[in-house]
Design a protein around this ligand. Structure first.
Ligand SMILES: C[S@@+](CC[C@H](N)C(=O)[O-])C[C@H]1O[C@@H](n2cnc3c(N)ncnc32)[C@H](O)[C@@H]1O
Length: 308
């Protein structure tokens, strides 16, 4: 089971677009050099120099990803310290505990839906990435001490996503979550629904057991802005964004890149930690990806809003 939230992030997309720019320059350079009288040796030197630069950039990205992976691993190990201190707590027992918690979540857990009604406009690659994110989302929920009651709504059996989930995610049909062709509003009254979208005006303050939180089942490969906000407006439901502006600040980086858009599994990780600790600072500190260009503010945090 993969643990690390590794959607090809906006940072990487940004990087890819830079690399494409780079390639563009190469192409132009080569085109210019085809004119008679130009020095071929100079051209290949240029191409080589740019290729080396490109390779260095790729290596830097790889090592950044590795660092982030290690940070997460360390944090997981620290958390599971209790179990490694007691080797008698076997894997089987832990599995049974996880199943029991998931079963409990199905009757009393905080409700979270992933709205999969928008997958028709996604490419096959995006569908595959979304299937991977749903696997990670389930993996995180399974490991949580207070898992959420997760619904995958609008997941049609004849859809590409359904088939991809079965192909890519072992045991998908036995996941302890609700997998349904019904839409979130077939299941819940509109007044109970809070659609989470990065483009909402209001920040999420706390998690309320009487509400149902919806995530848009989207992958930002082709960066279609405000899709989930539009969907929420169409459903006429309340919207909220993660309180990133309230608890985080921009961090300088070479590319001056800053993004508040996360993958669905990353949002779930943040919600899980918030629901366990009541602290946005801790939740964002632990899960907000470093490459997004934000860090948790060091000045006084707003008061805690314990989840109900
Ligand atoms: C990859 S994002 C999709 C972004 C997409 N451009 C959109 O229209 O929302 C997938 C989903 O994660 C949730 N999400 C991601 N970042 C969020 C944020 N900062 N605040 C609230 N929800 C967020 C939203 O539910 C969003 O639909």
């Amino acid at each position: 089971m993969e643990h690390v939230t590794s959607e090809i992030s906006d940072t990487e997309l940004h990087g890819v677009s830079e690399l494409l720019d780079l390639l563009h320059i190469d192409v132009e350079t080569e085109a210019v050099d085809l004119r008679p009288g130009r020095d071929d040796a100079l051209c290949s030197k240029n191409v080589l120099r740019k290729q080396r630069h490109w390779e260095r950039q790729l290596a830097a990205k790889k090592s950044k990803r590795k660092e982030e992976k290690q940070r997460r691993k360390l944090s997981r190990e620290q958390e599971s310290g209790a179990c490694t201190d007691h080797p008698q707590v076997t894997k089987r027992v832990m599995k049974a505990v996880a199943r029991e918690r998931l079963a409990e979540a199905r009757s009393t857990g905080l409700k979270l839906c992933v709205d999969l009604s928008m997958t028709d406009c996604m490419s096959d690659k995006e569908i595959s990435r979304l299937a991977g994110q749903l696997r990670r989302l389930y993996g995180s929920n399974k490991k949580a001490t207070r898992p959420l009651h997760v619904y995958l709504t609008d997941l049609r059996k004849d859809s590409r996503l359904y088939k991809e989930c079965i192909r890519m995610n072992d045991g998908f049909l036995n996941y302890m979550m609700e997998i349904t062709e019904e839409s979130c509003l077939d299941l819940f009254p509109p007044e109970a629904v809070v659609y989470l979208t990065p483009d909402a005006e209001e920040a999420l303050e706390t998690l309320d057991a009487d509400k149902v939180y919806i995530l848009g089942g989207l992958v930002d490969e082709s960066i279609q802005k405000t899709l989930s906000l539009n969907r929420a407006r169409e459903l006429r439901v309340h919207t909220a964004r993660l309180p990133i502006d309230e608890y985080m600040e921009k961090k300088d980086n070479v590319k001056n890149f800053h993004s508040k858009i996360l993958a669905v599994n990353q949002v779930l990780d943040i919600l899980l930690t918030f629901s366990e600790t009541g602290s946005w600072t801790r939740a964002l500190q632990k899960w907000f990806p470093l490459g997004k260009g934000y860090i948790v503010s060091s000045h006084d945090s707003p008061p805690l809003h314990a989840p109900s």
